[in-house]
Design a protein around this ligand. Structure first.
Ligand SMILES: [Fe+2]
Length: 136
């Protein structure tokens, strides 16, 4: 399930669906009908939904499941290139980045930000990065 979340958490960036306000919700809407057929239910289904919707939250969300919280933190470690380590040592982060080089990942991040701002609009930055402070 976590692997599915890792593979799909940004899929909404490639979907044009005017019914959803941002890429996180477009991705979640795409995946939602597949959760049952994949055999995910209960906590696993909830964890995948939370990963899809909250992986880019910059601050902790009360009530977020442990799996989605760990995923959210891992995204921060990756995106900050170890600037935020969430308890990992600098050496541990360096080892991981050496094992899995970022290659063109900075370009991917720039494209992600461009898609968000240009396609979804600046107003969507708040619900994407700070969903805790936005009524859903
Ligand atoms: Fe991502």
């Amino acid at each position: 399930m976590v692997y599915a979340g890792a593979m799909l958490h940004d899929i909404g960036l490639f979907i044009r669906d005017p019914q959803e306000p941002n890429y996180l919700k477009r991705g979640a809407a795409l995946v939602e009908p597949m959760i049952g057929p994949w055999g995910l239910c209960g906590d696993a289904a909830r964890d995948l939904r939370e990963i899809l919707l909250y992986n880019h939250a910059l601050v902790a969300l009360p009530g977020l499941g442990t799996t989605a919280e760990l995923f959210r933190r891992a995204v921060q470690v990756e995106h900050s290139f170890g600037g935020r380590r969430h308890g990992l040592s600098k050496g541990q982060c360096q080892d991981i980045f050496a094992q899995y080089p970022r290659l063109r990942f900075n370009r991917v991040l720039a494209d992600f930000f461009k898609t968000t701002v240009l396609d979804d609009g600046v107003a969507q930055l708040l619900p994407i990065f700070f969903p805790r402070f936005v009524a859903s």
